[in-house]
Design a protein around this ligand. Sequence first.
Ligand code: ADP
Ligand code: MG
Length: 321
Amino acid sequence: MSTLLEVRNLKKHYPIRKGFFSKQVGAVKAVDGITLSVEQGETLAVVGESGCGKSTTGRAILRLIEPTEGEIMFNGTDVRSLNTEQLRRFRTDMQMVFQDPYASLDPRWTVQRILEEPLRTHGSAASSGELKSRVEQLMEVVGLSPYQAHRFPHEFSGGQRQRIGIARALALNPKFIVCDEPVSALDVSIQAQVLNLMQDLQEQYGLTYMFISHDLSVVKFISDRVAVMYLGRVVELAPTKELFAKPLHPYTQALMSAVPVPNPGQKKQRIVLTGDVPNPETPPSGCAFHPRCPYAMDRCKSEAPALRTLDTGHQVSCHLY
Ligand code: ADP
Ligand code: MG
């Protein structure tokens, strides 16, 4: 396996400005030093509670927002060094599927136009005949009938709309797709269909996914490896099987004990998350999880643990290990 994406010490801080002169009075540390890599053809899940910086991470990697700091290497290219024109061409390789297909599809456009748009802006298909046949092909690939191409987004169900979002992301034959909670807005009965489609497409086109989700049962189903985020940082990263069998970080253990156990005979020690996610403007000292951690020691209040790789390859940032 080869590495497709390498992210080092990625940060995104949003300045907080106050007063008439918009003086900067602080920063929201939405993403605060993320290091991870994504292998060619794999699905890396990014999980964590709402507000922990998952979407910001995905967007910063694609430079849909400008990172504050850090390094992003994609297939040998330093993404942060690209100028606007280089970035535009580069975008054909890296796409995004959004959580809310209602909001991410222009309601005034037909599916035909929505799917033609990336092809037109990147000039990869010239004649209207070529555009039409490419749109038909894209619709078939995601399980929609090409005869519905003249319809508008509101004429489709939620699941079908997400299929349109996926078709749009596929239009330029990308290598890598950031999927930001792509099934979270869908009924549970529809989620599996869309996840299966995404897996089929991955196999068929050799796609690599970063799959953002707050839902551990979805993550368990779809991903090869999982990165667990807490307050802008990765606190644990491991192969999916290993993580679910042996979660090391107390935060990961707490997330998992909140998931219903499929086999009720199997007893699980419950760790209940007390308190709210702290404000990323004023993160706690030391380990950011210490105020909610049942195992917190003195050291955890003053010293931030580094993300360490154990002998098993499992990465964890916690003073217990
Ligand atoms: P997640 O996707 O995990 O729910 P986000 O990446 O959306 O988290 O947000 C991480 C943190 O950054 C949150 O505290 C959020 O309020 C903050 N944030 C996100 N976007 C902005 C922005 N444009 N300006 C200021 N703060 C932001
Ligand atoms: Mg999000």
